[in-house]
Structures are given as structure tokens and as C-alpha cells.
Design a protein around this ligand. Structure first.
Ligand SMILES: Cc1cc2nc3c(=O)[nH]c(=O)nc-3n(C[C@H](O)[C@H](O)[C@H](O)COP(=O)(O)OP(=O)(O)OC[C@H]3O[C@@H](n4cnc5c(N)ncnc54)[C@H](O)[C@@H]3O)c2cc1C
Length: 461
């Protein structure tokens, strides 16, 4: 039974990283907006992604430093982790963020918050629960979810994803993590530090295969040094029930061809939440992976419908989703012609030490055919890292030999997730790297080494 049509200036589906801010922008411009959420407010980042994982990473880091107490001059005996308290801390941080998003939305004048599954009925109507909503502008911010590969045994054994793992308050004895990319590695290191035995099963020849080989290798060494078992070139073929756990059967050159853990986490990529959205009724085009096809200003092929965040396949991060909001809002309200293609790739991998990345990888630079210069510097020679006793990793920067602009950088090391922004902002300014060479940086910091490193540029190998 459906009710009467309700009209709004805009309808937003999803309360991820773009939707709530866009709702606020509409409301403050005097427009009416309906925002629909089927699950927890705040979406992936707040509930099952960045916020809970980085809270858990912080607990794992504290445990790790405590275990290294003797190196720093203190002794606290056996370090025992209470996973119930670790989870409670994570829930408190995550829960308050989600509550904050909900309260912000419910407190907005001209904003109607609706909980339920939204479905497009046409290019300007959406149904949710028993209501039909109409608007000339519809914004889709539905995000994605963990990919569950269709393999033998998948329906017969218990497994965890980045969402269901948020509910566990115990320590898996032996955690097998399928997938050696960004999500898998963060969980691998944190659970190892909490005390699990951890095995990573990765089908590629190296971890984080999109990164440069030296980055993959250094990350592998960091994880192996903490006792994490890593199986590369090992394709997970099937899951099988075993006494006390789950066996992951692999196609691989090396033996054994099976690893049995008490628990398995599947971290093998993400899929967009677009299959149950009624996109076909509105005529919205998706690509072969289900991502909504958008133009440089995030408009779909249907006039009046935009797609923002992970569901458009143009980014897979909180900051790309938020940047999508800025692009859409500035184009609409400020006539500022912002485009997705103006943004520079940037992200971090939150293992410890973290990896901060911006711009092109070495492989991309080589492929571009341009003449480049590069410099690499070990963290062991950065005094801040040395003083902190955290000397793993390196800093690597590449610049264009002609324009002197920075092409890309990887900072794997203490503070790498923050220091990378020094380079990123110079890239956005389209300024030559020599600006950094002449800047006075604070001592002792990791960033103070950037001018020194840039003075050592050599032809790109
Ligand atoms: C384990 C993990 C760690 C991560 N860590 C980081 C990190 O450190 N840094 C970073 O930048 N990114 C990180 N990410 C990625 C980041 O979480 C996502 O890129 C980001 O949350 C995507 O936001 P979004 O706005 O696209 O959508 P989402 O945040 O996914 O929100 C979409 C919302 O839409 C709702 N929805 C979906 N369909 C419907 C429907 N039909 N009707 C109503 N509502 C609907 C969903 O319930 C959800 O609330 C991580 C991801 C994971 C999985």
C-alpha cells in the first residue's frame, strides 16, 4: 500500500561520506531535502570501515609499544589483551560518530530523514517503506560492501568480513586472512598484535599489488618480522569445515596447499550496493562491475541523477566520497566548475608504520614515458624516527625533470600518513619541488627531511 507523492527539491540515498554534507548544503540554501538510510547512519567509514579499524589499530599499536617496553626503559610484565574492552572502546568511538551523523541530520531544518530501503521508480521518483518521494534532483550515495567470492564451501562454513568482524569480542586463535591488500593487511597486523596467529593468503605474487615492488617488499618484511605468515601466489579455491575451524584450500606452487585456521576473514575486494536500487527503472547505466557510470562532474547518463562515493567507481575512500560531495555542491551552488579529474590520487595504508601515498607509482611514471628524477631515503636516517625507535620503511619521491613538479611519492614510515600532505599540497599548487627545498621545516620531524631528500634527486631508474 503506497501513500501520496511527497515532493522535495532533492532526494539523497545513503548517509555515507557525501550524503549528509550535501543534505546540509541543500538545507542551508533554503531547499527541501529527503535523505534515506537503510542501515546505520554514517555508512561504511563510520560503522565498519575507517573509524572502527583505526580505533582498533590504535589499540593494537598501544599493545605493541607496551610489549616493547624494555626498549624504552620500562617493564610492565606480561601484556594481556582483553578483547571485550578493545571492542567496547571501538564501539564507543564508532557509535558516537554514527550518532553524531544522525543527530546532525535530524537537527537540520528542511531535511527529512527516512529510514528504509530506497528504490528508484523512475528518473525522478523514489520509493521507501510505503512512501513515494519525488524530486528533480536525486543523489545516489549508496557505497559498497565486502565482495563474497562464489567458491566451493562458501555457504557451508562460517567466515568473517570487514562488517561481521566488528561484532567479535574474542581473540581468534589462528586467523586466516584471504586477501593481501589494504583491508586484509590492517586486520592482519592488528590481530597479530592482539595475540592471534595470523596467515595471509594472497593470490598475487606480492602484497598490495598496486603499489611499487619495493613498497610491497618492505611491507612484507614489516609484517613477517611480527610473525605473520604470508602465502603469496596462493589462490584461495575453496573453504572446508575442519574440526575446530576452517580450511582454506589453495592453488599454489608451494606446499602445503591448505591452511587451517580457527577463523577466516575474507578481504578480497568490494562491490557497489547498486543491484537492488531500481537503477534500470530510472535508466541509469552501470559498468560491468555494477558501478554507476558518471561524468567528470558526477552526473549519471540520466539528467537530474548524480552518483557520489564508492558506488561510482571513481574512488574507494572516505576522502574521495567527501570530495565528490564538494564537486557536486560547488558546481550546483557556487557555479564553480570542479571536476573529478582535477583530484590527485592520495591515500594511506594504516599498518604500523603507515604508508602515505600520493600521485603516480613508479610503474605509472615509467608508462607515461616522461623524463623523471627520483630520490629514496631510509627512515633509519630520519632522526625523528630514530629517536622514536620506529625506523622501518623509507621515503621515496619522484619529480618531472622538465617541469620540476612532483609526480608521486610513497612514505612508508612513522608519520607517513601525515607527512605525505606536504608533497600533496605542493602538487595541488602545481609548484616546483624547489619550493620545498627552500622551506624551513621544524626539527625534529619526519617532514624536515623532505628538502634533504629532494636535494638528492637522480635520474629515474
Ligand atoms: C575495513 C575498511 C577500512 C577502511 N579504511 C579507510 C580509511 O582508513 N580511509 C579511507 O579513506 N577509506 C577507508 N575505507 C573506505 C571507506 O570506508 C569508504 O570509501 C567510504 O566509507 C565510502 O563512503 P560512501 O560515501 O561512498 O558510502 P558508504 O559510507 O558506504 O555509505 C553508503 C550508505 O548507503 C546506505 N544504502 C545503501 N543502499 C541503500 C538503499 N538502497 N537505500 C538506503 N540506503 C542505502 C548504506 O546503508 C550506507 O549507510 C575503508 C573501508 C573498509 C571496508
Amino acid at each position: 500500500m503506497t501513500s501520496t507523492l511527497k515532493h522535495f527539491d532533492a532526494i539523497i540515498i545513503g548517509t555515507g561520506q557525501a550524503g549528509p554534507s550535501l543534505a546540509a548544503r541543500f538545507a542551508s540554501a533554503g531547499k527541501t531535502v529527503a535523505i534515506i538510510e537503510r542501515d546505520k547512519f554514517g555508512g561504511t567509514c563510520v560503522n565498519t570501515g575507517c573509524t572502527p579499524t583505526k580505533t582498533l589499530v590504535a589499540s593494537a599499536y598501544a599493545v605493541h609499544v607496551a610489549r616493547r617496553g624494555a626498549e624504552y626503559g620500562f617493564d610492565i610484565g606480561d601484556v594481556r589483551v582483553d578483547m571485550k574492552r578493545v571492542k567496547a572502546r571501538k564501539d564507543a568511538v564508532s557509535g558516537s560518530s554514527s550518532k553524531g551523523v544522525e543527530e546532525r541530520l535530524r537537527g537540520m531544518t528542511r531535511c527529512t530523514v527516512i529510514q528504509g530501503q530506497a528504490s528508484l521508480q523512475s528518473s525522478n521518483t523514489v520509493t521507501v517503506n510505503d512512501e513515494i518521494l519525488e524530486a528533480d534532483k536525486i543523489y545516489i550515495n549508496v557505497g559498497g560492501r565486502a565482495r563474497i567470492p562464489d567458491m566451493p564451501g562458501i555457504h557451508d562454513v562460517p567466515f568473517l568480513t570487514n562488517s561481521s568482524i566488528m561484532d567479535i569480542d574474542f581473540l581468534p586463535e589462528h586467523f586466516v586472512i584471504v586477501g593481501g591488500s589494504y583491508v586484509g593487511l590492517e586486520f592482519a597486523q592488528m590481530y597479530r598484535r592482539f595475540g592471534s596467529e595470523v596467515t595471509i593468503v594472497e593470490m598475487g605474487p606480492r602484497l598490495i599489488g598496486r603499489e611499487d615492488e619495493d613498497v610491497s617488499q618492505a611491507v612484507r618484511e614489516i609484517l613477517e618480522a611480527e610473525g605473520i605468515h604470508i602465502r603469496l601466489n596462493a589462490k584461495c579455491l575453496a573453504l572446508e569445515k575442519r574440526a575446530g575451524g576452517v580450511a582454506v584450500r589453495m592453488e599454489c606452487m608451494e606446499d602445503p596447499k591448505e591452511v587451517t585456521g580457527t577463523h577466516v576473514l575474507l578481504a578480497v575486494g568490494r562491490v557497489p550496493n547498486t543491484s537492488d536500487l531500481g537503477l534500470e527503472r530510472a535508466g541509469v547505466t552501470t559498468d560491468s562491475h555494477g558501478y554507476i557510470v558518471v561524468d567528470d562532474q558526477l552526473q549519471t547518463n540520466v539528467s537530474g541523477i548524480w552518483a557520489l562515493g564508492d558506488c561510482n567507481g571513481r574512488g574507494a575512500f572516505t576522502h574521495t566520497s567527501y570530495n565528490d560531495y564538494e564537486i557536486v555542491a560547488d558546481n550546483l551552488f557556487n557555479s564553480d566548475h570542479r571536476r573529478v579529474s582535477d583530484r590527485i590520487p592520495a591515500y594511506a595504508l594504516y599498518i604500523d608504520p603507515p604508508l602515505g601515498r600520493c600521485g603516480m607509482t613508479d610503474r605509472e611514471i615509467r608508462k607515461s614515458g616522461r623524463r623523471a628524477l627520483a630520490a629514496k631515503y631510509p627512515m633509519s636516517r630520519v632522526s625523528r624516527a630514530y629517536e622514536k625507535g620506529e625506523t622501518q620503511g623509507f621515503i621515496k619521491i619522484s619529480v618531472d625533470a622538465e617541469t620540476k613538479q612532483i609526480l608521486g611519492a610513497a612514505i612508508l614510515g612513522v608519520g607517513g600518513d601525515e607527512v605525505i600532505h606536504v608533497l600533496l599540497d605542493v602538487m595541488y599548487a602545481k609548484a616546483p619541488y624547489t619550493v620545498i627545498e627552500r622551506a624551513m621545516h621544524i626539527h625534529p620531524t619526519v617532514a624536515e627531511l623532505l628538502p634533504t631528500i629532494l636535494s638528492k634527486l637522480e635520474p629515474f631508474a
